[in-house]
Design a protein around this ligand. Structure first.
Ligand code: 5GP
Ligand code: ZN
Length: 140
């Protein structure tokens, strides 16, 4: 996509701080990091989000994320690491080109809010899971 900033970054059209790259992904520094060393694993192929990601690229993305997490643990020795991926504006996605966040975490850094947990009696889980299970069966 000619007007997509992440396409330009992924394919080297715009130079950027790069930790790793291969035929499928480039691992770059987030321009507005949550913590020092916050990286983005971005696909070289333009794909808006995970619903559009092909299976081969999805597998390669996860391999690159795994390598990145292991390297981050070695290099930065954080207390923990979050891997986060947002799909759609309602989920917090701001750049509509597939990417995964790899964020080093430290006790007390307070950078990510957690969610409130519903009690089982407050929700009817079965219908939702059954609908997803049926949709999974439909997938090729
Ligand atoms: P999202 O909210 O879509 O999951 O995350 C988008 C991320 O991309 C944000 O963390 C933001 O800081 C980062 N970002 C946005 N524009 C640029 C850019 O031009 N270069 C880099 N390196 N990161 C960017
Ligand atoms: Zn793109």
């Amino acid at each position: 996509m000619s007007d997509c900033i992440f396409c330009k970054l992924a394919n080297g059209e715009i130079p950027t701080e790069t930790a790793y790259e291969n035929d499928y992904v480039r691992v770059i520094a987030d321009a507005n990091p949550a913590n020092v060393g916050h990286l983005l694993v971005i696909t070289k192929k333009h794909t808006a989000n995970m619903t559009e990601l092909d299976e081969e690229t999805a597998a390669e993305v996860m391999k690159a994320v795994r390598k990145t997490v292991i390297a981050m643990k070695t290099a930065l020795k954080p207390d923990g690491i979050n891997v986060i991926q947002n799909n759609g504006e309602a989920a917090g996605q701001t750049v509509m080109h597939f990417h995964m966040h790899v964020i080093p975490r430290y006790y007390g850094d307070g950078i990510l809010p957690t969610w409130r947990q519903l009690h089982p009696e407050q929700v009817e889980t079965h219908a939702a899971v059954a609908a997803i299970a049926a949709a999974l069966q439909e997938q090729k």
